[in-house]
Each structure stands twice: as structure tokens, then as C-alpha cells.
Write a protein that binds this ligand. Structure first.
Ligand code: DGL
Length: 268
């Protein structure tokens, strides 16, 4: 048994979708969350910059004595998770891309899968690469949706303008007759309702966070590192203003987040 927390991090507030999935499925596990709100977005940055920022965050989380890490951000996963695993070989690091790929392969019936994410995630080609590695018959249709992140950050997930943007990005993708769509960005599960309304129920929406939570559960079990704590604790850190994170966390997690701490991530 190991009652130390799991570290979860993202470029901003979007990683709360992964926090929520872990809270719901691993009730005994404590969490330390870091959102790099001062340096978001990562989706338009270079691989070198994203790797450097991520390594700083992992060093910070190590100082918080985490036993394992989930990288919630698809952009980091798609561009540099291997480098980060090599840099921190003694720390179990789970991602969201591999779990998302497993879910999509299970869900598709016609082998036509859509993937949406930031420009950096789509340009990396990581999702199509992993999908085709598992099944060469799969056809993948990718689309970067850069406006989704600011709309979610603005709290406009259910807004009429967001619905129009969703239509603009996703209706052409649906014309490829995909039956499965991977929400390949931390923020996009917050748009599930609107995306579902626009695309209808013939397209299965994949939230990689769900399977990522099960993956970390299996990983902890295999290493005998699960927590047996009766009450889990949740701590939230950011690199800039704390109020937005606090508000988003309270609403989205339905949890009374009383304190969010700002830290100087450049110091790590
Ligand atoms: N967290 C990022 C991702 O999942 C989206 C926001 C950003 O561009 O930093 O790709």
C-alpha cells in the first residue's frame, strides 16, 4: 500500500477532466493537480518548449512526494511522453493518448475514426500512428479545433456561439462517415453535450480520461501501490491567478475547493 498522492498535470484547467475521472473511479487516491495557467496554451508551442515546461512540472510534483503521474495534456502526450519517461525513469508516468487509442479501437465498427485536438497534437500524427499500429485497416481523419480551448476557458461550453463553432469544425469531419470520435484534448470532454447534439448518436465520443483512470488503477495495483486511505485529499496548484482554477474546479468537480496555491514553476 502507498498512500502518497497521484500527480496530475496539464497546461491549464482542462486537466480537471482527468481529475474528475480519477476521483470517480479511484476514490481512495489523493491527488495533487498542477495547471500551468501562466503558460497555457501548449498546443501552439514547439516540442522543445513543451518538454522543458513539462519537466519543470514533474520536478515540482516530485517535491510534493507523488507516487505516480498522469499527464492529462494530450499535446504533451503526443509530443514528448517518451522523453519524459526516459528523464524520470523511477516515476511511473501514465498518459491519455494510449488509453484513448484503446477505447477507440474497441468502439469502432466501421474502422473509421476521427480525432480532434490542438494543432500540436494533430500535427504530431501520434494518434493515427498508434491506431494504425494496432490495426492497419483503420482510417483516421484528424482535425485541429483551436477555438475550442478558449471557448471552454471562457466558460462558454453551452453557449450558442460554441455550437456554431462545433458545427463548423465537426460537420465536415462527420462527412467522412466516422463512427467514433476521439476527444483528443483535455478541454473537449467539457463540450461533450454540444458535440453530441451536433453529431447525433451515431458517432461514439471517446473521452480518453476514462480509460486513463483505469490504466493508472491497474498500474498501481501491479506495483502494489494503491492507497487504502479512508479519506482522499485533493490539492490544486497553478502558475498564475488562482481564482479561475478555484471556480472551474468547484463547478466541474462538484467539490468544495477551498484553496488553490500559486507557485513559481520557473524555479523548478
Ligand atoms: N491541454 C491541452 C491539450 O490537451 C489543450 C490546451 C493547450 O493548448 O495547452 O492538448
Amino acid at each position: 500500500m502507498d498512500n502518497r498522492p497521484i500527480g496530475i498535470f496539464d497546461s491549464g484547467v482542462g486537466g480537471l477532466t482527468v481529475v474528475k475521472a480519477v476521483m470517480e473511479r479511484l476514490g481512495n487516491e489523493s491527488i495533487v493537480y498542477f495547471g500551468d495557467t501562466a503558460r497555457v496554451p501548449y498546443g501552439s508551442k514547439s516540442k522543445e518548449t513543451v518538454t522543458k515546461f513539462s519537466a519543470q512540472i514533474i520536478r515540482f510534483l516530485q517535491k510534493q512526494d507523488v507516487k505516480a503521474i498522469i499527464i492529462a495534456c494530450n499535446t504533451i502526450n503526443a509530443n514528448c511522453i517518451e522523453e519524459l519517461r526516459a528523464k524520470f525513469p523511477h516515476l511511473p508516468i501514465e498518459g491519455v493518448v494510449e488509453p484513448g487509442v484503446r477505447m477507440a479501437l474497441k468502439a469502432t465498427c466501421n474502422n473509421r475514426i476521427g480525432i480532434i485536438g490542438t494543432e500540436a497534437t494533430i500535427n504530431s500524427g501520434k494518434y493515427p500512428y498508434l491506431l494504425k499500429q494496432q490495426n492497419p485497416e483503420i482510417e483516421v481523419f484528424g482535425k485541429a479545433c483551436p477555438l475550442f480551448v478558449p471557448l471552454v476557458e471562457e466558460g462558454w461550453a453551452g453557449h450558442a456561439i460554441t455550437r456554431e463553432v462545433v458545427q463548423e469544425y465537426l460537420l465536415p469531419l462527420a462527412e467522412h462517415e466516422i463512427d467514433t470520435l476521439i476527444l483528443g484534448c483535455t478541454h473537449y470532454p467539457m463540450l461533450t453535450e454540444t458535440i453530441g447534439e451536433v453529431l447525433g448518436d451515431k458517432i461514439t465520443l471517446i473521452n480518453p480520461a476514462t480509460e486513463a483512470a483505469f490504466s493508472i488503477k491497474r498500474l498501481l495495483k501491479s506495483k502494489n501501490m494503491q492507497s487504502d486511505a479512508q479519506v482522499a485529499s485533493y490539492k490544486f496548484y497553478v502558475s498564475d491567478h488562482t481564482s479561475r482554477m478555484q471556480k472551474m474546479a468547484q463547478v466541474f468537480l462538484d467539490y468544495p475547493v477551498e484553496h488553490v496555491e500559486k507557485i513559481d514553476i520557473e524555479a523548478y
